[in-house]
Structure formats: C-alpha cells, structure tokens
Design a protein around this ligand. Structure first.
Ligand SMILES: Cc1ncc(COP(=O)(O)O)c(C=O)c1O
Length: 407
C-alpha cells in the first residue's frame, strides 16, 4: 500500500493529493471495484429515504445539510485556529440554538455528537460544580444516564412516572438530599415523546439551588414550534430561571446529518469546570469530551438552520404533526389503540406481542422499535414520513399483526 502510494505520487504531475487530480477517476478499476463493494454493504442497510424506518428519532438529512457537510469534510474544530471560518459557523449555529431556547446572553454552548454526549457533558459540569454524585432522573430517562452513572461513578435516583408517562413531580422533593448533584427532566421522552413538568421542576431546583438539566435531545427542535402552532405544551427552556443546561439534537428533529447535538449552558463561566490546558494545538484551553471533531456536521446543521429558518422549522413540525394525526386515525381504523394521546410526533401503539409484530414487519422491510417499559411499538413520524408512506405501511402492519395473532 505504502509503495503504491509513493509510486503514484512519483507518477503524478501535481503535488496535490493522493486522491486528487483524477487518480481515482472513472477508469480506475480499483476505485470502481471498491465502490461496488461498498454499495453491496449499503444495500443491506435500511434507508430513511424510502420511509421504511419508522422507529428512529433520526432523519433523512435535508439536502442542504449533505452539500454543506461534504464541503467541510476535512475541517477539524478540535483545533479551531486552523479553521477560523468553520469556527465562526459553529458560533453562529450555537447562537441560533441559543435563540431557539431563549438562552440568556451569559449562556454558552458546546456542539456535541448527540444527546448522549450532551447529557454526559451536563452531568460532568453538575458534578464538578457541586462536588456531589447523585442524579435524580425520571424512569423515562434515556439510557445515556446509565452510561453517565458508570462512567463518572455517579448514582441514579429514579422517580416513577405518572399515568401520563411523565415525571411525578410530587416525588421530587423527598428525593433531594445533601448528595444531589442534579435533577433531570425530559422534554420529549425517547419512548413516547412526553414532556415532564419542567416549569414545576425548574421552580423546585431554583428554590433549593439544585442544578437542573433538561434533556430536550428530541423535543428541542419541536416544542418551540408546537407552542407557536398553539399546541398545549409546557415551557421547557431558559425562560424558566431554574433551568441550568439543555441538550438538544439537530440530527433528530433539526433535519440535520449525524452527528450533531448541542449542550446549552446557562452560565458561560461553568464551562471552566470542563476545560483543560491544551498544549500542542492552537488554543490554550480545551473544553468538552472530544478532541478532534469534524466541522462537516456543524456546517450541515448551520446550513439547514439558515435555509429553513424558524418559519421553515415550524412548517416541518406542522407537517409532522399532521402526519401523526393521520397515522393515529389509520391505526384506529384497523382497531389498534395508543398507549397515550401523543404530545408530539411519536406514537406508542399498544400490542400484546410487540416483539413478534416488529419481527414480522422487518421481514416485510419495515422497521419499528419496541420499548423497554411498555408493551407497545414506537412509530416516530419524522419529516421524511408522508401520508402516502402511512398508506403503504398500514395494510402491511395489519397483515403482520394478523399473522402473529395480534389482531
Ligand atoms: C431524550 C433523549 N436523550 C438522549 C438521547 C441520546 O441521543 P444520541 O443517540 O444522539 O446520543 C436520545 C436518543 O434517542 C433521546 O431520545
């Protein structure tokens, strides 16, 4: 391999790049064979683009995200002074998300790979600020909190859910102790898209001076627009004085390419807690978990934010909610019930044999997710899911249910 590289370089009339100057042109057999091989792997994947992935909270990225992503492929935001333009895009994206979440001017943000890293970073800050190790979480919290407990030697204190599948706020005060590092609320739960009573949680945390993290990895790009569309949803963001940090993912309802999440932090000074000296690179201090990270997804998410703007995102959410309503009606027509009335574009369909139905559906080329706590399957009506796709899906869903004796 090494030898070949040197030979090719010697034969090349330009010093550009191994893969530049037509070296990998259409006549290159090795390239063609390799692309064929890659394609054969790709064919085994499910794809967002045909709408058959119905259980995922990720999405087919907006086309503008793809273009922007590719053109920033070789940038490294871990060494920002080498890439001041890309760094500026990142600052602009953080500013956009801060505005979306009504963050104060003192706030700062960290671009992360997604909800898991956002939650880890938030709990890292909470642990460093308080020197304490207990995290109070609702039973509905994402499994990233299990990782946090293991990774940072922290203890999870679980709060049961109400019959609406939200955190039971009446149980919070009794769980707060001198060891509490943080309390977590979920704005858009992984299983059913429910929203915890964040205003009440924020008040308690404010009064008791407790760090309050809101996991809005899924709901962060939905709830602000649901409010504008007059849906009855609670406040969840920095308008609430007790909220300390918020995780929000652009690679979920932000219509962007993976991996792209953000952690917004109420007080920029808290960032010092997770900063270290950084010799060898262009900045003196480095914060957060990752070192080298691509500017590609950042450029992608920024491009989507600029292309759609707040009005565009509102339209996306409106479409998703219309499709959700449509799917709800169609499920009702075939005699299936929901676990709860949906808060957002997530449907929990009650089934007695969810695993069997999901397996049957995957044999027919459709993917839905089963849930940990609940006997149901989850259908997420992401932007690429249209009413036409629901019309294709429902007869196959009905047939799958019948074949396993569910209907
Ligand atoms: C509420 C919530 N938080 C965190 C995560 C983790 O996000 P990621 O898989 O992007 O790390 C998810 C994933 O679905 C989620 O739904």
């Amino acid at each position: 391999m090494e030898k070949e590289y040197l030979d090719r370089k010697a034969n090349s009339s330009t010093t550009k790049h191994l893969f530049g100057s037509g070296l990998l042109g259409k006549g290159d057999k090795k390239r063609n064979d390799l692309l064929k091989e890659l394609n054969s792997f790709k064919k085994r994947d499910y794809s967002f683009s045909n709408g058959h992935i119905l259980g995922s909270m990720c999405t087919q990225p907006h086309p503008i995200a793809k273009e922007a992503y590719i053109s920033f492929l070789e940038t490294n935001l871990g060494d920002p002074e080498l890439f001041p333009g890309t760094k500026q895009i990142e600052s602009n994206l953080i500013q956009f998300i801060k505005e979306l979440l009504h963050a104060p001017t003192t706030a700062t943000g960290q671009i992360v790979s997604g909800g898991t890293e956002g939650n880890i970073t938030a709990m890292w800050i909470a642990k460093k600020l308080t020197g304490k190790k207990e995290i109070i979480i609702p039973d509905s919290a994402h499994f990233s909190f299990q990782k946090i407990a293991s990774l940072m030697d922290m203890k999870l204190v679980a709060i049961p859910m109400t019959k609406e599948y939200t955190l039971d706020i009446t149980k919070i005060k009794e769980k707060i102790t001198k060891n509490t590092a943080a309390v977590v609320g979920i704005a858009g739960s992984t299983e059913l898209g429910t929203i915890d009573p964040i205003p009440e949680l924020s008040d308690i945390c404010y009064d008791e001076n407790i760090f309050c993290h809101v996991d809005a990895a899924f709901g962060g790009y939905i709830i602000p627009f649901l409010k504008e569309l007059n849906y009855d949803v609670p406040e969840f963001d920095f308008k609430l004085d007790g909220v300390s940090t918020i995780s929000i993912d652009a690679h979920k309802m932000g219509y962007s390419a993976i991996p792209l999440g953000a952690l917004i932090i109420r007080d920029g000074k808290w960032f010092d807690q997770i900063s270290v000296d950084s010799p060898y690179i262009s900045v003196k201090k480095h914060a957060g978990i990752l070192g080298t990270r691509s500017g590609g997804p950042v450029a992608g998410a920024y491009a989507v934010a600029r292309y759609l703007g707040m009005d565009g995102y509102k339209k996306v959410v409106e479409n998703c909610m219309n499709t959700t309503k449509y799917a709800e009606e169609k499920l009702d027509e075939i005699g299936l019930d929901l676990v709860i009335k949906p808060t957002m574009n997530v449907l929990g369909v009650k089934l007695s044999k969810p695993e069997k139905v999901a397996k049957k559906l995957s044999e027919y080329g459709w993917r839905v997710n089963t849930m940990n706590h609940l006997s149901c399957i989850r259908i997420v009506l992401m932007p690429q899911i249209t009413k036409k796709i629901i019309d294709e899906f429902i007869p196959i869903f009905k047939k799958s249910c019948e074949e396993v004796g569910e209907l």
